[in-house]
Design a protein. Structure first.
Length: 149
């Protein structure tokens, strides 16, 4: 799969384990993340990943900030993006099965890198269930975007 990946300065330490995991799984990575801890603004990285998806340069996105919260909020402002903040395995699986999440937000600070690797793996390998009721709800989410136009 083609994955757009980005982290802010607070998640620089989490880059290597996640990028290693993506490489080990054989994914093609477009790395748009911060490389050092000079202060940055997480919405810029959410936007970079969203742009990559909109341009068709990537199939899925991974975004990482200190908590995972801010970058997830920002990503969900972008058209067609369904970003899930995942800190446990159940959410990793269900955000794919039921929500067809196309962007994964992970926590970069004070979090076990091995657990993040596992969450990343589970999220990437889990397909969307595709049931009518799940698709109907996703379509309703898409229509919420139109309310803001
Ligand atoms: C940056 O200090 C931090 O606020 C950011 O990485 C993130 O945790 C925001 O939600």
């Amino acid at each position: 799969m083609r994955i757009a990946f980005a982290n802010d300065h607070a998640a620089v330490a989490m880059r290597q384990p996640l990028l290693e995991e993506l490489a080990a799984l054989g994914h093609e990575v477009l790395d748009l993340g911060a490389r050092d801890e000079s202060r940055t603004d997480y919405p810029d990285f959410a936007r970079a990943v969203g742009d990559a998806l909109h341009r068709g340069q990537a199939d899925r996105g991974i975004v990482v900030c200190g908590t995972g919260v801010g970058i997830c909020i920002a990503a969900n402002k972008l058209r067609g993006i369904r970003c899930a903040l995942v800190t446990d395995e159940y959410a990793a699986v269900m955000s794919r099965r039921h929500n067809d999440a196309n962007v994964l937000a992970l926590r970069g600070r004070e979090f076990d890198p091995d657990l993040n690797r596992k969450l990343l793996r589970r999220w990437l390998e889990t397909p969307f269930d595709g049931d009518e009721r799940h698709q109907r709800r996703i379509d309703k989410i898409a229509r919420l975007e139109e309310l803001n136009e």
